[in-house]
Design a protein around this ligand. Structure first.
Ligand code: NAD
Ligand code: DAU
Length: 348
């Protein structure tokens, strides 16, 4: 039996990875380690919580002793590391929280893995989940490849870039087996409503302004979260040791075009007149250091491992919008409490 530690499994992407692994690998024991910050939500995992191959552990990756003892106790064979502070706007307000979790937390995990594996790396793997934001911003042309130079612009992306460097350094210095992926913007069910798509779905439902930063001409490459989880499964099992793979949706959208598309879908779903939701669009002050464009060249993972997205953007958005409309309790549990105070401060 393999013992796999998934960190950040109560968050958006992590919950989809946990669900996939628990269902698909019944002979693995899956441990989900999560501190349950504002972004961690066990409601994301009610359907797997009673599975016999699943264990939830509440704990903080920044706690060195706790992490060391957890690894000693369970002797994990593999780590899939997703736990992070993940929101760019919050990193502008409080960079140190990002340094602690994303950098120090990652190094704690690397140290703990190195200690229990102590040079015997057969069948072991440390998988670090990262972001395309480490590459900085593209102009109008070009794509991020695995060899694009790191050039992070936000405290969030700087902390993720730093953690990526530590993972590579542990590979080079100690021979730690690792794989690393840098993925583009995810969307889908269970996405915390501080991020563009779920925030705007929630605001449209409640007839609240849709705060578009700057002129709205910023471009992101959107990937359905379940396709990211499929890629993570594939890389964990078949990725080459010490390799990086970029993951993307082949799906670039300017924010303003995406928002208009979403407004149209929501008008239909909510039985509103065409054009009604787009009246909520409000241009607000720009995000400092806002990256103009992200776009991934995912040809390496496609050619080497045979991965490609399984749904179109239209299909993925349909599933996503339906999920939010059918899970109003999930949304309202989040939008009360701590998140309400954040929203008030961020958008005044
Ligand atoms: P998220 O914010 O939804 O979830 C993060 C999870 O980590 C939460 O459950 C939270 O409780 C947990 N966590 C935070 N700090 C912790 C700590 N100190 N100890 C233990 N657990 C802690 O994030 P997400 O969007 O699901 O992103 C997951 C990972 O994927 C991150 O590493 C992120 O950088 C990366 N990523 C995200 C995207 C995206 O579009 N969302 C794209 C590419 C890469
Ligand atoms: O590219 C991968 C990254 O995608 C991940 O590493 C991050 O964890 C994830 O949060 C996401 O970062 P972005 O900053 O691209 O996502 P966000 O949803 O915050 O913003 C998407 C775009 O929408 C961006 O250009 C900023 C803009 N935006 C966002 C918000 C929250 C707005 O115009 N208004 C808003 O209110």
């Amino acid at each position: 039996m393999k013992k796999i530690l998934i960190t950040g499994g109560a968050g958006f992407i992590g919950s989809h990875v946990v669900r996939l692994f628990v269902a698909k690998y019944v002979d693995y024991q899956i441990y989900n380690l999560d501190a349950l910050t504002y972004a961690g939500n066990l409601e994301n995992l009610v359907d797997v919580e009673k599975a016999s191959n699943y264990t939830f552990v509440k704990g903080d990756i920044t706690d060195e002793n706790f992490i060391s003892e957890l690894f000693q106790l369970h002797q994990f064979d593999g780590v899939i590391h997703l736990a992070a502070e993940s929101h760019v706007d919050r990193s502008i307000e409080d960079p140190m929280a990002f340094v602690k979790t994303n950098v120090i937390g990652t190094v704690n995990l690397l140290n703990a893995a190195r200690k229990i594996w102590h040079g015997n790396f057969e069948g072991k793997m440390f998988y670090h989940i990262s972001t395309d934001e480490v590459y900085g911003s593209l102009g109008a042309e070009g794509l991020f490849t695995e060899t694009t130079a790191y050039d992070p612009n936000s405290p969030y992306s700087a902390s993720k870039a730093s953690s990526d460097h530590f993972v590579r350094a542990y590979g080079e210095t100690y021979g730690l087996p690792y794989v690393l992926t840098n993925c583009s913007n995810n969307y889908g069910p269970n996405h915390f409503p501080e991020k563009l798509i779920p925030l705007f779905i929630n605001n449209i439902i409640h007839n609240k302004p849709l705060p578009v930063y700057g002129d709205g001409n910023y471009t992101r490459d959107w990937l359905f979260v379940i396709d990211h989880a499929r890629a993570i499964d594939l890389v964990f099992h078949t990725g080459k040791n010490h390799e990086t793979y970029n993951i993307g949706g082949f799906n670039e959208w300017k924010n303003i075009d995406l928002v208009r598309l979403l407004c149209g879908i929501m008008d239909t779903k909510l039985g509103r007149e065409s054009g009604e939701s787009s009246k909520l669009i409000t241009y607000v002050k720009d995000r400092p250091g806002h990256d103009l464009r992200y776009a991934i060249d995912a040809s390496k993972i496609n050619t080497a491992l045979g991965w490609s997205p399984s749904v179109t953007f239209e299909q993925g958005l349909e599933i996503t919008v339906n999920w939010y409309l059918n899970n109003s309790d999930w949304l309202s549990h989040i939008t009360s409490g701590e998140y309400a105070a954040y929203y008030e401060k961020q958008y005044q």
